[in-house]
Design a protein around this ligand. Structure first.
Ligand code: XIL
Length: 339
């Protein structure tokens, strides 16, 4: 069987995955999997704020550079993730953002100056703002903000305009970039997701009305088996995005299993595969041309390592195309079939 990367390419699509540069160097199986399957890469943490600027003015691009070199020698594109995100801000940045509007603008400008000039010509796609929309009140996720926008240090420092400001800063520094707003929790057929889709569409409309330089929307697609998925509402959402003239990418696909998945492995994998297939087929039907999974193997998935999302019975989520022994599983086949 050819790889997901090759199968996607044969259909005019791009398939890739989130990568950790260090594992490329230390784990030969990991290296082989990325070599084989991923036609495009996104650094899982190496291009986040705290990785790139752990202290004010002290930039560390070495971890990102190792991914860029690996990708460049194979002529594979790298997406940038993420310039502005409420998570993963070092203490110094949180403190600086509390010191008034001018200071916040200067901090953002300095980061964009350095990072975008460093990655110029190597990263064409950037997630400029990640996860700006608040979860509706009463949702299962605790970080919800009171308004439609998430309550973040950036929002507090610069007001709701921080999103527009970030996109303009990125465009000014490199007009050749494709600028993306990335969001999660907008895929499934729950009241929370329905409301979050509405909020996101309202945000995008207001940004475009003001002439914000926004090119694409990234849909994270951390799917959850406990939530129902129906193609129709998601297809309608994609149609609205496309009507706005925005490109749409699936940026972080994986599947979180229900609390007690079946003991039978075949049955268990079939559930996950069926869900992924329904989702990806709907996305492709709706004009999506780029699909990335958040990692390739269950062995190193954040679903295994994040306590908040891990299975409680000691088992490991099987939400990525390869299992922890690097074998292709039903989810791999489902993606291949969908492409
Ligand atoms: C996650 C990484 O996978 C973890 O290793 C890290 O500790 C925290 O971030 N949405 C995003 C990603 O946009 O950046 C997150 O990645 C997963 C959720």
């Amino acid at each position: 069987q050819p790889s997901l990367g090759a199968l996607a390419r044969s259909q005019g699509l791009t398939f890739g995955a989130a990568v950790q540069g260090q594992l490329l160097e230390t784990d030969p199986d990991y290296h082989r999997a990325f070599e084989t399957e991923a036609a495009i890469l996104v650094p899982e943490w190496e291009a986040k704020w705290s990785a790139l600027q752990p202290q004010e003015g002290r930039f560390d691009t070495a971890p990102l550079d190792s991914i860029l070199r690996w990708a460049q020698s194979r002529a594979r594109p790298v997406r940038g993730h993420a310039l502005i995100w409420h998570n993963d801000l070092p203490d110094w940045t949180r403190a600086a953002l509390g010191e008034g509007r001018d200071r916040a603008l200067a901090v953002m400008a300095a980061h964009f100056d350095r990072v975008l000039s460093h990655a110029r010509g190597q990263i064409r796609d950037w997630d400029v703002v990640n996860e700006p929309v608040a979860n509706p009140p009463g949702s299962d996720v605790p970080q919800a903000g009171p308004g439609e926008l998430r309550d973040t240090p950036w929002l507090r420092a610069l007001g709701p305009n921080y999103i527009d400001i970030a996109f303009r800063m990125a465009r000014e520094r490199d007009p050749t970039l494709r600028l993306t707003l990335n969001e999660y929790g907008i895929e499934e057929d729950t009241p929370d997701a329905t409301e979050k889709r509405r909020r996101l569409l309202a945000l995008l409309r207001s940004l475009l009305a003001r002439g914000t330089p926004l090119d694409a929307v990234g849909i994270q697609a951390h799917l959850q088996m406990v939530r129902p998925f129906r193609p129709a509402p998601f297809a309608a959402f994609l149609a609205e995005l496309r009507q706005m003239g925005l490109a749409v990418l699936i940026t972080e696909l994986d599947v979180r299993e229900a609390p007690s998945p079946p003991q039978d492995m075949g049955a268990r994998d079939a559930l996950v595969a069926e869900r992924a297939h329904a989702f990806v087929a709907t996305a492709l039907e709706g004009g999506v041309r780029t699909i990335l999974t958040w990692g390739l193997s269950d062995k190193y998935s954040w679903l295994a390592t994040e306590p908040a999302v891990a299975l409680r019975d000691g088992r490991t989520h099987r939400g990525l195309p390869l299992d922890a022994e690097w074998r292709r599983k039903a989810l791999w086949e489902a993606l291949a079939r969908a492409f």
